[in-house]
Design a protein around this ligand. Structure first.
Ligand code: BGC
Length: 382
């Protein structure tokens, strides 16, 4: 067995994937990585300076902003060795501040929607800013995606990002100390470790909002990408994208991604749930549930470039969003306009609106406990 083939299987095994899931892919070369580089990336209106950090290892290179913990660029080789940035974003700071639909950002305190911006915890009702129709989305109008994080290098190919969210910020109780570690492993897998502690009972649900297009950002749509999701059920939503509380079978619906299929195959089905989301914008109930180590959640493959990505996570849910609200009004990193379906997000998380849904896995975090979550993106080509 070649070294590269061994590496991908070892990485896949570490992620709880089978060799079959790694699909005969070519892994990227190993390596120890070079020292993280730091450069200025503009300033906010109040004068706060924003920096961009670059880390690379094993054939993967990522650029991370101190603003929002944003992955501004994620570069990977295709099957012929040609590199492309496979994540949507901007080439300067201002549009991230004014216009970004969470491109590449860290999301908190709560990924996805909380119905009507309200929840009750230990008998007290909390009110959050409503920023998506009647609901609160991704932590409110100034969530973690719009905060400046403290970034420190953590070895050759790893960055630690920290942020302290004060008690009451965006309506959430408790001072939340958050630590997110971005690491490129020896094979170039991108690992995200989340940790948080609080000084008062609160809720937390952190995720990453990278928009992937494995053919390269600005290259067109993702409907030919083949997506597999290890979920037998999903959480249907109402017309404001709040889960109804039901865990519905994917079998016989456009939401059946148990066998990888092109994203575009069923996206034009006139199914109530597809209509509500204007495509796919749903939480999938991962079959493995909450796990101690990352388990396989999704696999994505672009037949054109040959790039593939496997996602493994400790989280019980995966929000698959097919870029439905990209509407041709934003100009991306390489100067191309982004249109509907030009990228997809695969956000590992607890289920949307969990604080209002007693039957969903709990998102309550109490003092003395540590919130922990890990997601691993393993890359290769085929
Ligand atoms: C949500 C979408 C939302 C998008 C914001 C996704 O996580 O599920 O409904 O429009 O984030 O860009």
């Amino acid at each position: 067995m070649s070294t590269t083939r061994r590496t991908v299987i070892a990485t896949a095994a570490a992620a709880g994937l089978t060799a079959a899931a790694a699909g005969g892919a070519q892994a990227h070369r190993g390596g120890s990585g070079s020292a993280p580089r730091r450069e200025p990336f503009g300033s906010l209106a109040d004068g706060t300076k924003v920096e961009r950090w670059t880390i690379s290892r094993g054939g993967t290179r990522i650029k991370v902003l101190s603003y929002g913990g944003i992955v501004q660029s994620l570069e990977l080789p295709d099957r012929t060795g040609r590199y492309a940035n496979v994540s949507l974003g901007f080439d300067s700071l201002d549009p991230y501040v004014s216009d970004s639909p969470y491109f590449g950002a860290l999301i908190g305190r709560f990924g996805n929607r909380i119905a009507k911006g309200k929840f009750t915890l230990d008998g007290t009702e909390y009110t959050l800013p409503v920023n998506d129709g009647p609901n609160s989305l991704h932590g409110g109008d100034k969530g973690f995606d719009k905060r400046v994080w403290n970034v420190t290098p953590n070895g050759p190919a790893s960055l630690v990002l920290t942020y302290t969210s004060p008690d009451g910020e965006m309506g959430y109780p408790g001072t939340l100390d958050v630590k997110v570690t971005y690491t490129l492993t020896a094979s170039g897998a991108f690992q995200i470790d989340y940790e948080a502690t609080t000084d008062a009972p609160t809720v937390a649900n952190l995720t990453s909002h990278i928009y992937f297009n494995l053919a390269g950002e600005g290259s067109g749509g993702i409907y030919d990408h083949r997506l597999g999701i290890a979920a037998t059920r999903f959480t249907p939503v109402n017309d404001t994208l709040i889960p109804t509380g039901e865990l519905a079978p994917v079998a016989g619906t456009p939401f059946d991604f148990r066998q990888p299929k092109p994203i575009g195959r069923d996206i034009r089905e006139s199914h109530e749930q597809v209509l509500y989301g204007q495509g796919f914008d749903h939480n999938f109930v991962l079959d493995k549930g909450i796990t101690g180590k990352p388990e396989q959640a999704a696999t994505l493959y672009d037949p054109l470039s040959g790039r593939r990505m496997d996602i493994a996570t400790t989280e019980p849910g995966l929000q698959f969003y097919s870029g439905n609200f990209l509407d041709g009004t934003l100009t991306g990193t390489s100067g191309k306009v982004y249109r509907q379906g030009d990228a997809l997000c695969l956000e590992t998380q607890h289920f949307p609106d969990s604080p209002n849904q007693p039957d969903f896995p709990s998102t309550v975090l109490r003092p003395g406990k540590t919130y922990r979550s890990t997601t691993l993106h393993t890359f290769g080509t085929r």
